[in-house]
Design a binder for this molecule. Structure first.
Ligand SMILES: Nc1ncnc2c1ncn2[C@@H]1O[C@H](COP(=O)(O)OP(=O)(O)OP(=O)(O)O)[C@@H](O)[C@H]1O
Ligand SMILES: [Mg+2]
Length: 503
């Protein structure tokens, strides 16, 4: 049998005395895509960060082309042919796209940076990967999906033997995902070993040659992709049967709770009118750039709008600031959680309770309010299956998906009347997704109005009562979920292109 390009044997890792990887065996072959699946906190990123030299193993060994290696930094791993798209994107905000791609290996001549050459190289690399990004744009100006594309370009540009992708598509649209898959196929032809981590199971089935499941730090299975079914994969990941992915509850849809009329912001969206009834779950579908996030931000008061009116329970409200929205019991779970959702160096409890401090503050005694904080945090942590060592744990040390759960959870604590969720399940494993859907249904059941923005059409179809498709800042279609299908949504999303061609 062919020796795998990369082999991991008996790898162990502990943090603060708690073992999170127990003697893991894993391998990745040249020219193949090896998928690594597992729940939030299973240890996937930790295993990959050890390969990248970001963390050091406590035991076991890593062999690259049969030779034992142990890198002490990502820089060293890169030099030896392993690159990685990190789940937490960490580029330098003040640098341009081109500078980011070539950081640390800028083309020089006699100590002078050859900026023009660097720009040309970056442009060629992006063109080869069919990624549309302005190389002169500063990173701080990029959207979440652009950041992710930048990370992909960067990782691939190293011409590595092993390319690790830790949730490379969490913010990408279907179109961008298919471009990434073209890139992966190109890497396979070049005999690169690709390791692919994703919570979007359909992606694993599309691109993987082999699927390995990691649960609670142990490898549970490793098989050729064609031998794996979705049901088996899910039950191996979560360690229990999960009969359905989308829970349904009986609920009644009541009066209009929230109404937006002719909302407009120059160059971004125009004439956006919609309403959400009590108990209703409305979905916003559309491509990145269709204006969905911008509309949500305008309604929540973090971005301005030039025209339009907003009504809550039939009365007009003015929202100029997020504070106005919160006072009116409107909540927004933001898309860009790394930048505006979390205080990474704070504890889990501090992060959870930041949204309800006003309310808790009304308790007269400090001890009593601490107690409330503790109770509220443990309620949400339990409901959302947050994997943590305790409420005092720093958010920074939680796995990616568990961090997401905190952002979602802290807004659920505010008990809003209107709740807007921008990509609520991004990076969250199937088991926990189920819990989040259940929480959403529960909110709707209590008569709240819910708006969900999602790039996953299946999710919208599974969770919502009604779906609005946005296209270039305008409402392109609206449908009851009973009449909706993936094809219909897709058709509404792309319609414009066809119309343009006809004219
Ligand atoms: N630097 C750290 N310090 C302490 N604990 C850590 C650290 N990094 C990871 N952990 C813990 O190790 C466990 C595994 O985390 P890891 O990030 O590898 O999970 P994951 O499988 O990548 O999950 P996700 O799907 O959510 O990204 C978690 O319990 C996490 O809290
Ligand atoms: Mg991870």
């Amino acid at each position: 049998m062919n020796q795998a390009l990369l082999q991991v044997k008996g790898l162990k890792k502990s943090f603060n005395g708690i073992e999170v990887l127990h003697s893991v065996d894993f391998s990745a072959e040249a020219g193949k895509v090896t998928a690594l699946a597992g729940e939030n906190g299973a240890g996937k990123s930790t295993l990959m960060k050890i390969l990248m030299g970001e963390y050091q193993a406590d035991g076991g060994e890593v062999l690259l082309e049969g030779k034992k290696v142990a890198f002490s930094s990502p820089h060293q791993a890169l030099k030896n042919g392993i690159s990685m798209i990190f789940q937490e994107m960490s580029p330098f905000p003040e640098l341009t796209v081109a500078e980011n791609i070539y950081m640390g290996r800028e083309p020089h001549r006699f100590c002078f940076l050859k900026k023009k050459e660097q720009n040309k190289m970056a442009e060629e690399k992006l063109a080869e990967l069919k990624i549309r990004l302005d190389i002169h744009k500063k990173v701080k100006k990029l959207t979440v999906s652009e950041l992710q594309l930048l990370e992909i370009a960067k990782a691939v540009s190293y011409d590595s033997k092993v390319v690790i992708m830790d949730e490379p598509t969490s913010s990408l649209t279907a179109m961008e995902v298919s471009l990434l898959f073209d890139t992966i196929r190109m890497l396979k032809e070049r005999k690169v070993a690709v390791i692919y981590i994703s919570h979007k199971l359909e992606e694993l089935f599309q691109i993987a040659d082999r699927v390995c499941v990691l649960r609670d730090g142990s490898i549970i299975s490793s098989r050729p992709a064609e031998e794996v079914t979705e049901d088996v994969l899910i039950s191996e990941m979560v360690g229990r049967e999960l009969s359905q992915i989308y829970p349904k509850t009986d609920k009644t849809i009541g009066d209009v709770a929230f109404r937006v009329e002719h909302l407009a912001r120059r160059g971004v969206f125009s004439d956006v009118s919609f309403e959400i009834r009590r108990g209703e779950i409305l979905g916003f579908a559309g491509m990145a750039g269709a204006g969905r996030t911008e509309i949500a931000e305008a309604v929540f008061g973090v971005e301005h709008y030039q025209a339009g009116r907003i009504f809550l329970h039939g009365e007009e409200i003015k929202i100029r600031h997020a504070r106005d929205a919160i006072q009116n019991h409107i909540a927004l779970i933001p898309e860009d959680r790394a930048r505006c959702g979390l205080n990474l160096s704070g504890s889990i409890r501090d992060n959870m309770c930041v949204t309800i401090l006003d309310r808790i503050g009304k308790c007269r005694h400090l001890i009593a309010s601490r107690e409330t904080e503790r109770e509220q945090t443990s309620e949400i942590a339990e409901k959302m299956r947050i994997k943590m060592s305790g409420q005092e744990q720093k958010v920074l040390y939680l796995s990616g998906g568990n961090q997401q759960k905190i952002v979602v959870g802290k807004w659920l604590l505010t008990k809003p009347d209107v709740i807007i969720m921008d990509e609520p399940t991004r990076g969250i494993d199937v088991g926990a997704k189920y819990e989040i859907y259940q929480l959403i249904q529960q909110l709707a059941g209590e008569g709240k109005a819910v708006l969900i923005i999602s790039s996953e059409m299946q999710e919208l179809l599974g969770v919502c009562d009604r779906i609005i498709v946005l296209r270039e800042g305008q409402i392109a279609a609206e449908m009851d979920v009973k009449e909706a299908s993936q094809e219909k949504i897709m058709a509404a999303i792309v319609n414009q292109e066809e119309e343009r061609r006809k004219n």
